[in-house]
Ligand binder design. Structure first.
Ligand code: NAD
Length: 423
């Protein structure tokens, strides 16, 4: 979760916006619109627990902006979900969709709840109440939610069921991230990791670093970290370290992520899963902490787990030449400045992990047109879209003599401004 204590994410996102607006001379009226969400929905969600006790949960949907298209963004269930967090995330969705050039605006939502403390029956009932209250403000051409932290395809399936019940018509395009048999897209599971792989390959070429086998350390071995590691392994990179919430492993010769995942599933933990080639060589690697992983002397570091992991405490210890920011907000503002001073290239989250929302757009498009694309078609379209976005961000970096994060914001704001002026 974003740290809401010292570093308010909403204030941080507003500062970012004002800084870039100045650089691109954004019209004042458009800036005023982007500084606040179009609509803020606060929902009261009463639920009778299995014990008979009645509790009221708070639900949110923030529709930040729809200049480019319907509001788009995930729904997260977490005890720390707050209005400021959801607002900031909805703003970042506006920017992310614009960077990767999909015709969506930005939205985000969630419920302040610890889903692990609820039974499945309670979770389903809470999701039905949420969908019922959301129904009047969402729709395939209005606002299209998706899964986020602690929500998944099953929960999206429940939301869809209730939405269709309330509206009385079939509307698979109202939600993305659905299971494939309920209208989900092929390739969505791999999309964020693979999309990051496409961006990295392209960036490496632009930075003139291709040619030798580059070493990679990946923090977070979940959906994003695993598929990114697998893509890079399959495309000639040497993945020397991976970690989960408990521990990390380091294998100097390079590990095989697919075997490491299988091994972790069998053992229930990463330690000892030093899977080199097709065998697990217990002498071939060592256990490291998550902190040690971040400070490894590798070519590429990939934070793919949590926010704010690179901060003013460890930024000066980062030795990688390139940081591919796969989780959202992994660098604090101070860390961003320190890494820039140390000449470390940071490929920002709003570009690096936008393969997820790009494929969500593909899902929505297939639903709207009643089409079903193969995995190969999805990956082919995704690669083209990610390559185009990477080109534009690198071009803006040169034109505006700035870092890649600011360059990505510039690309996004220019696209939004163009559409806004056409309307
Ligand atoms: P996930 O739950 O599948 O995996 C998260 C991984 O991080 C797990 O391996 C977990 O063990 C590890 N982890 C948790 N706490 C940790 C800690 N303290 N230190 C090190 N590792 C820790 O989640 P995911 O879908 O892979 O998402 C990862 C990040 O990427 C999240 O921040 C998410 O918001 C962001 N993201 C995901 C997508 C997507 O399509 N899944 C898209 C954009 C952004």
């Amino acid at each position: 979760m974003i740290d809401n204590t010292g570093d308010n994410p909403w204030k941080r996102s507003q500062e970012q916006l004002k800084k870039i607006a100045k650089k691109t001379k954004l019209p004042e009226l458009l800036l005023a619109r982007l500084l606040e969400p179009d609509r803020t929905v606060l929902l009261s969600l009463p639920l009778e627990l299995d014990s008979g006790e009645v509790r009221i949960f708070k639900g949110y949907r923030i529709q930040h902006n729809n200049i480019l298209g319907p509001y788009k963004g995930g729904l997260r269930y977490h005890a720390n979900v707050s209005m400021d967090e959801v607002r900031a995330l909805s703003f970042w969705m506006t920017i992310k969709c614009a960077v990767v050039n999909v015709p969506f605006g930005g939205g985000k939502g969630g419920i302040t709840v610890d889903p692990k403390a609820l039974s499945e029956k309670e979770l389903k009932a809470l999701t039905y109440v949420f969908a019922n209250r959301l129904a009047p403000v969402i729709g395939p051409e209005i606002d299209v939610p998706a899964p986020d932290v602690n929500t998944n395809g099953t929960i999206m399936g429940w939301l869809l069921e209730e939405y269709e019940k309330v509206t009385g018509k079939k509307s698979p395009a109202v939600i993305t991230g659905k299971p494939v048999d309920q209208g989900g897209s092929e390739g969505r599971t791999e999309a964020t990791g693979f999309g990051g792989g496409y961006v990295l390959e392209n960036a490496i070429r632009k930075l003139g670093r291709e040619g030798k086998q580059l070493t990679v350390a990946v923090q977070g071995f979940g959906n994003v970290g695993y598929f990114l590691a697998k893509y890079l392994f399959d495309h000639g990179f040497k993945v020397v370290a991976v970690s989960d919430s408990k521990e990390g492993i380091f294998v100097e010769e390079g590990l095989n992520p697919e075997l490491t995942l299988e091994c972790k599933r069998e053992r229930g933990m990463l330690s000892g899963c030093y899977c080199i080639g097709s065998v697990c060589d217990l002498k071939g690697g060592k256990r490291i902490t998550n902190e040690e992983l971040l400070e490894l002397d590798v070519d590429i570091l990939v934070p793919a787990a949590l926010e704010n992991v690179i901060n003013d405490i460890n930024a000066n210890k980062i030795r990688a030449k390139v940081v591919l920011e796969m989780a959202n907000g992994t660098l604090t503002r101070e860390a961003d400045e320190i890494l820039a001073k140390n000449k470390i290239t940071v490929i920002p989250d709003i570009l690096a992990n936008s393969g997820g929302v790009c494929t969500s757009y593909f899902e929505w498009y297939q639903n709207m047109k009643v089409e079903h694309w193969t995995k190969e078609e999805v990956f082919d379209k995704l690669r083209k879209q990610m390559n185009q976005a990477t080109e534009e961000v690198f071009d803006a970096q040169v034109e505006y003599k700035t870092g890649l994060r600011d360059a990505a914001y510039i690309v996004a704001l220019k696209r939004i401004q163009k559409k806004w002026e056409e309307k």
